[in-house]
Design a binder for this molecule. Sequence first.
Ligand code: ADE
Length: 231
Amino acid sequence: MPWYFKFMQIDIITILPELIQSPFEHSIIKRAIQKGLVKVNFINLRDYSLNKHRQVDDYSYGGGAGMVMMIEPIARCIEDLKSKNNYDEVIYMTPDGETLNQKMANTYSTLNNLIILCGHYKGIDERIRELFITKEISIGDYVLSGGELAAAVFCDSVIRLIPGAINDETSALTDSFQDDLLSPPVYTRPVDYKGIKVPEILLSGHAKKIEQWRMEQAIQRTKNRRPDLLK
Ligand code: ADE
């Protein structure tokens, strides 16, 4: 455990709880939950529907293709959550939000209580954004069928940064993007695969030289692939 203990609660509002659950049941994220660093609740929006058909969407005023998620179920759901807890942010996953990057993941990992709303269909009634949403996040310039996969990506990027989520504390710090550099190449056994050898320096046992080599490789890789990251 790190020297201080931090707990995060993430409440995800979705019409497809089954779709979003599995990324939280494996690897680092599963262990972070087991260690009690984070609790993730999946809230079925249909439970807050006002009618017996559990309807949460309706036709768009002004016409046009695609249904719009209605304000009442979402408002009831968010108000219910807020009556039980204080939240740092109410996030809406949407392609027209701020594009997620590592700096944002770092910042969100310091917060304690988040609501994440997953959209569907043509979007959500604009008044929900005005009244309840404090942050809008996109995971990239493409459109997904719903916000669930985007929410899972966002949560994964955040939860793995909570102190204690990753056993080797330095591991998350050496990730790509953490210092605006891509990661250097890595190798494991065998030393020689069909004549392609692991770089000699990595076998030298010379920690300082290895560190220097990795830094050079990281810079070279970033220059080649993502020159925009180098200021
Ligand atoms: N919902 C649909 N597409 C999305 C995207 N690219 N990012 C976040 N939420 C979305």
